[in-house]
Design a protein around this ligand. Structure first.
Ligand SMILES: Nc1ncnc2c1ncn2[C@@H]1O[C@H](COP(=O)(O)OP(=O)(O)OP(=O)(O)O)[C@@H](O)[C@H]1O
Ligand SMILES: [Mg+2]
Length: 294
């Protein structure tokens, strides 16, 4: 991802709290932030930009990104007893990836993406890091300092395959920011930025589809399916590739690519619900494209 080139439009509260988060790092204070919102609402982009800016200002800020998974064990994150040393009669830890975030000059950053995909068992380790900047190793008397602030993102709990984050972990965050889809004008800027950034030469020909695709996606959300900006951004990617390989696109191609972009997001619905949703989406888009021509 070309983070440096993409800026985040809107999401003012998110940006405000990320500024406070980076200020806490500069001042060496504990500050942990939880960001919740549906897929594709610029959570990761905003965090990556904050880290990039902080690095420019402060120099090296150690940080590590871990992504939530049901299968991750605490030892996958914090490490485990060093068996080689243990055999020689010493007790030490082979450090796991989280220790890459340990900061001496300023606290580092643990960026836990999709926090609510970690099991409750693994989530426990974040509690001690947030409260005490240290890690205790299970079944050993060992603890290690881990001076890092936690920034975690998660999708709302109504999306399939995720666990509820227990309250005692939620309590450790200084704030929980809830983001949502931006307004229509902002979504149009999002798609414009994407196309200008990645497919500048095709931008004039793709522009005409921005509004129909954004309008259709916004309308489909009202049916209760969480379709984020990635739907129209993926459609744009496909259309740009069509232009690059065939030199042209027509209305049917736009509908086909949009349908298939949507299809990749609704795989967890039952078969007949999927077909119903797809046909509603293509009728809506056809309407939008038709109207544009009048
Ligand atoms: N407000 C916005 N401003 C600029 N770009 C945006 C905005 N919202 C979405 N985007 C675009 O959508 C892409 C996806 O955003 P991002 O990966 O940050 O979403 P996310 O909230 O982390 O989603 P997920 O929950 O699936 O991880 C961005 O790279 C950007 O191109
Ligand atoms: Mg993300």
């Amino acid at each position: 991802m070309q983070v440096a080139k993409l800026v985040v439009f809107g999401q003012d509260e998110l940006k405000q709290y990320l500024r406070l988060f980076s200020e806490a790092i500069r001042l060496g204070l504990r500050f942990h932030l939880l960001i919740e919102g549906p897929p594709g609402t610029a959570k990761t982009l905003a965090v990556n930009r904050m880290i990039a800016t902080l690095k420019q200002d402060v120099g090296n800020v150690p940080h590590v990104r871990v992504t939530g998974s049901q299968d991750a064990l605490p030892s996958d994150l914090i490490g485990d007893l060093d068996i080689g040393k243990y055999r020689k009669g010493e007790m030490d830890i082979l450090e796991g990836p989280l220790f890459r975030a340990h900061g001496e000059n300023v606290p580092g950053i643990v960026y836990a993406d999709e926090l609510n995909r970690f099991s409750e068992y693994t989530l426990i380790i974040f509690t001690e890091i947030m409260a005490e900047w240290q890690v205790s190793f299970p079944k050993t008397p060992l603890t290690k300092p881990l001076r890092a602030n936690v920034i975690a993102t998660m999708n709302p709990s109504d999306i399939a395959g995720i666990t509820e984050v227990p309250q005692h972990i939620m309590d450790r965050f200084n704030a929980r920011i809830v983001v949502n889809y931006p307004d229509k004008a902002t979504e149009l800027r999002v798609v414009d930025q994407h196309v200008t950034c990645y497919y500048k030469e095709f931008a004039p020909r793709l522009k005409t589809f921005f509004s129909p695709l954004v309008n259709t996606t916004r309308a489909m959300r009202k049916l209760g399916i969480s379709l984020g900006p990635r739907i129209y951004l993926s459609t744009m990617d496909l259309l740009a590739l069509e232009l690059s390989s065939n030199g042209s696109i027509n209305r049917e191609t736009v509908i086909q690519h949009y349908e298939n972009a949507v299809r990749s997001r609704i795989g967890n619905l039952e078969e007949d619900k999927q077909s119903e949703f797809l046909s509603t989406a293509s009728i809506a888009l056809r309407g939008e494209l038709g109207e544009r021509k009048k």
